[in-house]
Write a protein that binds this ligand. Structure first.
Ligand SMILES: [Zn+2]
Length: 55
C-alpha cells in the first residue's frame, strides 16, 4: 500500500469519525435524559451521555 493511499484512508476515517461524533451529539442534545447515579459519574439510560459528579 502506497503512503498516499494510507493518508487518503486516514482522512476518510477522520471524516467518518467527525460525522458519527456529530450524529451522537445530536442524539444526546435532544435526549430526554434519565440519569442513573454512580459514585464518580452518572450516565443517561437512553443515550449513554455521561456527566461527572463533583463534590
Ligand atoms: Zn440521554
Amino acid at each position: 500500500m502506497q503512503v498516499s493511499d494510507i493518508q487518503k484512508k486516514i482522512n476518510q476515517l477522520k471524516e467518518d469519525l467527525i460525522f458519527w461524533e456529530n450524529h451522537l451529539k445530536e442524539i444526546q442534545r435532544y435526549c430526554d435524559h434519565s440519569f442513573e447515579g454512580e459514585h464518580l459519574y452518572k450516565k443517561c439510560l437512553h443515550c449513554e451521555k455521561i456527566e461527572a459528579l463533583y463534590y
